[in-house]
Design a protein around this ligand. Sequence first.
Ligand code: ATP
Ligand code: MG
Length: 384
Amino acid sequence: MAAGAAVNSSIIESLKGIETIKAYSGEEKVYNRIDHEFVKLMKKSFRTVTLDNIQQGIKHLIQLISSALILWLGSYFVMDNRISLGQLITYNALLVFFTDPLQNIINLQVKMQTAQVANNRLNEIFAIDSEKSNQSFEYMLSEQLFQQDITVKNVSFSYSMKAPTLNEISCTIPSHSITAIVGVSGSGKSTLAKLFVRFYEASEGSIHYGNINHLDIPFQILRDRVTYLPQESFFFSGTIIENLIFGLDSPPSFEQIIEVCEIVQLNEFINQQPLRYETLLEEGGNNLSGGQRQRLAIARALLKNPDILILDEATSGLDTLLEHAIMNYLLNLKEKTIIFIAHHLPIAKACDQILVLHEGHLVEKGTHDELRFADGIYQKLWEI
Ligand SMILES: Nc1ncnc2c1ncn2[C@@H]1O[C@H](COP(=O)(O)OP(=O)(O)OP(=O)(O)O)[C@@H](O)[C@H]1O
Ligand SMILES: [Mg+2]
């Protein structure tokens, strides 16, 4: 079972990564790896079948020997007048009812092994903590909760047993402000962003929306009002419009959809398609360019109309003009709190506050003018 799962996951992984495999001419390596896994599976299956056959052989042999023995001994007793012929025949016929269940018990052994593996895998699933939601606080949440400041207090976080990815982060993100989180790759920017929507939970410290700890806010409400937009969003196989209104409680009007598509400058492209908004997207949006996917994801987030929008390098695939236009639109949204995670520093320049992360520590915070020549990481990032 485990070997079968390994072969399956290798095949799925290689199909998903087919472009990278082709680009790096890695077909042979991947083929060999799957071949190796397949041979392992075949060897294991062969061993299981051989074991099963040996068991069956032994079982039949015992069956034959015992019937011969019973008939031989029985005939001897009949000839000796110790039992009647009828008794021997009845005994022999009824013996099957005893030996059959016995055989079934022997056959159970292979099945037990398979069940044992399945049981281990089930236990692995039970060992995963499910997302725990605290429903009891629901009644305390006001409509205005996400229109208030976000306070991060001494937040530390580590992925499993690794060294902490975030260390004692403390900051305030004022309501309706625009904050940029910058830092070199691997400094912990995405990790911090994911803590805001509770994809992970901080090992120490807390995050408060207004005066409510975010752990006390039910997931559905939290993620309804705080939207995290990753660099690579996922699209389902379905039409453009189905993907745009995905997860919305009340579907927006067609005018609203056109409006957001105009903001992200996707209307022209959609109108060029024969089926326009009914155009089918392939799994993962593979029939769109990277930038088109990002624009569609931004449009989807805007339609959701959250109070707090976190964009994790969500405009990195756009050309400068388009990025500038979308940025300008977002900067002018006065009733939203926006957090940009940005590699592109001009985005940070236009923000009200910049948080600079370095190796999981919050090393600088301030405006562009305060940090530009502060002789810190931010200055270095500008001067690279
Ligand atoms: N799911 C994960 N499991 C284990 N470690 C992870 C996971 N995601 C990230 N990390 C580790 O946490 C650290 C911070 O990663 P993070 O993605 O937050 O960085 P980042 O600042 O967003 O980088 P980038 O600019 O490259 O996106 C990295 O060292 C990374 O290896
Ligand atoms: Mg990141």
